[in-house]
Design a binder for this molecule. Sequence first.
Ligand code: NCD
Ligand code: ZN
Length: 361
Amino acid sequence: MDLAHHHFHAASVPEGTTLVLDRPDDWHLHLRDGEQLAAVLPHTAAQFGRAIVMPNLKPPVTSTALAAAYRRRILEARPEGTGFEPLMTLYLTDNTPAAEIREAKASGFVHAVKLYPAGATTNSDSGVTDLRHAYKALEAMQETGMVLAIHGEVTDRDIDVFDREKAFIEQKLIPLRRDFPALRVVFEHITTQDAADYVREAEGDIAATLTAHHLLYNRNALFQGGIRPHYYCLPVLKREPHRQALIAAATSGNPRFFLGTDSAPHARGDKESDCGCAGCYTALHALELYATAFEAAGALDRLEGFASHFGADFYRLPRNTGRVRLRKEAWTLPSDLPYGERRIVPLGAGERLGWRFLGPA
Ligand code: NCD
Ligand code: ZN
């Protein structure tokens, strides 16, 4: 599954072409902690100015005090010479007090609160079991303008895993937004045409993040010649028409759609397992992956808004000032990378990638 040729027969841009963008931000990232944090942070810090750091640690980041401590650990692990800024999030539970939301907002460093339906994904056991339990917190979020970042999948075992995002829109998201019409919402890592249509057409303050892997692959990637655990993430890859709808959204120039890698590192053995973890590791080569997807769509001119402007605008933060450079130049991805004592496999390991990130412009 050569990244340069898997879906895309027409590379539109000649070798050696350079692409300069305002420095982008990653609006959905998993950094983990300890030696894993130290292993992955340099990749993100090289490419992105800021990132929304997801709170699904064990135990989860449920308070402003925990977020402050996690933020300090990230800053300590930050490579010398990068100005990378972690944008912290809180993990919403059935018991998050409204006062905690107000404190988070007042801190200046908590930029979103993440809703994980309990049991939806990695480390989501403490997530919300019923949205009604979180209504006081949601009210405080609506009042203060705190962003709600949503993992939009229902958790019903009776609902097919490929239908859980669509069901979430109908069963949870529409009623929630009816009750909180001024709540600012990011529908995270959308994977379906249904979600893209909803976000494009809905009233009010809503946006969506899009991962590189959902732009590049459909669900066939999970079964290419055998089962491929490194292509397994949540929400799971969908059919090709959904991928095409996501490409259309990402390249539309609509500021409701912006970059969020959902880079979610898991050690090799935890993915290559009889019950492998969900998550694709893309921090190493995030911009190159997005450039590959945008080039294939003939829309490289739309990458900068998507990667560098729309997310900051939605989060009401200033756009970054520096610029970064990529070059159209094939290189081969490493088969794996150090991850503390263990190893991690980047998405597309061992394959050729058509773009290379060069650094500051
Ligand atoms: C994420 C993780 O590993 O933390 N995994 C994933 O497949 N995306 C959790 C999440 O964002 O759902
Ligand atoms: Zn995630």
